[in-house]
Design a protein around this ligand. Structure first.
Ligand SMILES: Nc1ncnc2c1ncn2[C@@H]1O[C@H](COP(=O)(O)OP(=O)(O)OP(=O)(O)O)[C@@H](O)[C@H]1O
Length: 617
């Protein structure tokens, strides 16, 4: 995408509030023009004083009061016009900002997870917050200013040509030189690249800054060797170097531009003297000369503003490029007529899958020929070594990524043909990394079913074994959860997420390490609750703790992206394969954790749990 199409894209966004923006620009220009009127009034007063320099008694006092009144009225008018223009541009800007943010957020929620894989969350946050905010600044402040900064000097120049074309030509020359100096830097390939680098450096600093704050525990433990600290430090250094490089590149042209444009009257003085010398005293030229000297500062001000507006425009063109890139990301395809499934067996048929790498140049093969059926009313467990592909299987069921080989169906309907909304209604998911929203505990649970009553919320909480601890909190169900649930333990947050999923009561339930943080007693209770609830549901459960899934109707062992074994707990143990190895490792880890050999008699409760685990060892 070239910078022209970005400017076009920007103006397309802006054009949705065309009417308001035209009114804003007209009033902003009117305000700037009215601000020149007092200079003209002063000139008229000086002219009157000069005409009667030898005879003060002849001065027309009424004329002086008349122009004084005009100056005053023009200033009041300028203020009113500025107010109206500002109001219109702000109303337009905040409406555009709102629409843009909503459209961006909706779009981001529809793109496949692969996009989020490639894009750091800090980068996306910067686009949604900073780049969009810059558009507000541009529309509310810079666009009306830009229009007036072009129209006012143009009008003044036309007026100057009308007053005295020779003087006007002389003033045009330094203006031309000043802009040529600027264009030489910012129009050059090198200048544009420097500016692009600067934008990327800001973005990188933002993204790594967020990672740095998130990775604070690692930074504290590993100090300056922590990865997030080093990358953030490098990003800050890069930002400094690029900023210094840009400052270096612009310093001469910027200083010259500033000096030339702010001292336009310096160019007017010698030519004025030259034109008046050698002639008999020409009062009319002298008066014009004074008027030109009075007007030139009004010419300089908007021209200087143009420089500042130019850099603002460059910034938002870059920001707009990023917004356009987000909109250009393809969303998950939706069927024209979503199909409805009447049964809820989940089946994977010859599914293979590879993650795209960050630069989209490479693929990481994760799953090969995965086929299984998870039947409704049964619990199907996915187990296997870490990194084997269990979570990927679960994520594919939610269409976080679309599979390119093989097919996933619910009932007899391929998930692609269900439509995202229906799919999300059909599947409940408890993720490995629980995310709670900045809201009350009650509302966090209710997200599973917004129509649920408080009693239903509490029932789900009881089943997920979180009712008790919620009741103990000072504000109970009204407790606000801080960002990311930081005031809850991992286990507590996870149980709230389970309650949310239970409340949703969808026919397919996926639990990815959902009870990983729960202690033995709570896990047992959650299991009991789930057993009751999942009777008629298709349950897909991923667990490291094998005791959790021992009762599953089907256990699928996933290893290195393939199904290594499948069967019930008993069948798999009999096979004496990978599952049996994992089971033995699980038991000995439990022994080791509890010091079973020498502490059995002193740990009656814990020992009972492990004993049960090992009952068929
Ligand atoms: N978003 C991703 N982008 C790229 N690669 C990924 C992504 N998620 C997982 N992987 C890779 O895919 C492979 C399978 O990961 P997955 O999380 O599915 O395994 P798992 O069996 O669930 O592991 P664990 O039990 O440790 O959670 C791993 O090698 C992992 O590095």
């Amino acid at each position: 995408m070239n910078s022209n199409s970005e400017v076009v894209g920007l103006f397309r966004i802006v054009s949705t509030k065309k009417g308001l923006l035209i009114v804003a620009s007209v009033f902003s220009t009117l305000s700037s023009l009215l601000q020149i009127v007092p200079f003209f009034a002063v000139f008229k007063i000086i002219e009157e004083l000069l005409m009667h320099a030898q005879n003060a008694a002849g001065i027309n006092k009424e004329l002086i009061i008349h122009w004084g009144m005009w100056a005053f009225l023009a200033l009041v008018g300028a203020l009113i016009a500025l107010y109206i223009g500002g109001m219109c541009s702000h109303i337009a800007a905040f409406n555009i900002l709102y629409e843009l943010r909503v459209r961006l957020s909706e779009h981001v929620a529809k793109v496949p997870m692969g996009y989020h894989n490639k894009t750091a969350s800090g980068e996306l946050k910067k686009i949604i917050e900073v780049s969009v905010e810059k558009i507000e600044k541009f529309i509310a402040h810079q666009l009306p200013d830009l229009v007036s900064a072009v129209i006012v000097p143009l009008s003044l120049l036309i007026y100057l040509f009308w007053l005295d074309w020779r003087m006007a030509l002389v003033l045009l020359l330094p203006i031309g030189i000043g802009f040529w100096l600027q264009a030489r830097v910012f129009g050059s390939e090198e200048g544009q690249k420097a500016y692009r680098d600067f934008q990327y450096a800001v973005e990188e600093m933002n993204a790594t800054g967020i990672e740095y704050v998130r990775g604070m525990p690692a930074v504290k433990v590993f100090g300056i060797t922590a990865e997030s600290f080093l990358t953030f430090k490098q990003a800050v250094t890069r930002y400094r170097d690029i900023s210094l490089n840009i400052t270096n590149m612009c310093k001469t042209s910027y200083s010259l531009f500033f000096i030339i444009i702010s001292s336009l009257f310096v160019f007017a003085v010698p030519i004025g003297i030259l034109l008046s010398s050698g002639q008999a005293y020409n009062q009319s030229f002298a008066v014009t000369f004074i008027l030109i000297l009075i007007i030139t500062p009004s010419l300089s001000a908007p021209l200087l503003k143009l420089l500042y507006l130019g850099s603002g425009l460059r910034e938002i063109v870059e920001g707009n490029k990023r917004i356009a890139a987000v909109f250009a990301e393809e969303v998950v395809s939706e069927p024209t007529v979503p199909r409805v499934s009447s049964s809820y067996d989940v089946s994977f048929d010859q599914v293979s899958f590879a993650y795209e790498s960050k630069d989209s140049m490479d693929f990481k093969h994760v799953l090969s020929n995965i086929s299984f059926v998870a039947r409704a009313g049964e619990m199907t467990a996915l187990v296997g070594p870490s990194g084997g592909g269990k979570s990927t299987i679960a994520n594919l069921l939610l269409r976080f990524w679309d599979v390119k080989e093989g097919q996933i169906t619910i009932g007899d309907v391929p998930i692609r043909e269900m439509g995202t909304e229906r799919l999300m209604d059909t599947v409940s998911f408890v993720f490995q990394d629980v995310h709670l929203f900045y809201d009350t505990i009650e509302e966090n649970i209710r997200m599973g079913n917004t129509a649920a009553s408080k009693e239903e919320v509490m029932k789900a909480a009881r089943t997920a074994c979180c009712h008790e601890f919620i009741e103990k909190l000072e504000y109970g169900y009204d407790t606000k959860i801080d960002e990311g649930g930081t005031y809850l333990s991992g286990g507590e947050a996870q149980r709230i997420a389970i309650a949310r999923a239970l409340l949703k009561n969808a026919p397919v339930l996926v639990l990815d390490e959902a009870t990983a943080y729960a202690d033995a007693e709570n896990e047992r209770k959650i299991q009991q609750g789930l057993a009751e609830l999942v009777k008629d549901k298709t349950v897909l459960i991923i667990a490291h703790r094998l005791s959790t899934i021992r009762g599953a109707e089907q256990i699928i062992v996933v290893n290195q992206g393939e199904i290594a074994e499948r069967g019930t707990h008993e069948e798999l143990r009999e096979r004496n394969g990978l599952y049996e190895q994992m089971w033995r490792a699980h038991i000995s880890a439990a022994r080791w954790k509890l010091g079973l050999d020498d502490q059995l008699s002193r740990q009656p409760v814990a020992a009972a749990v492990v004993k049960e685990d090992m009952s068929d060892e």
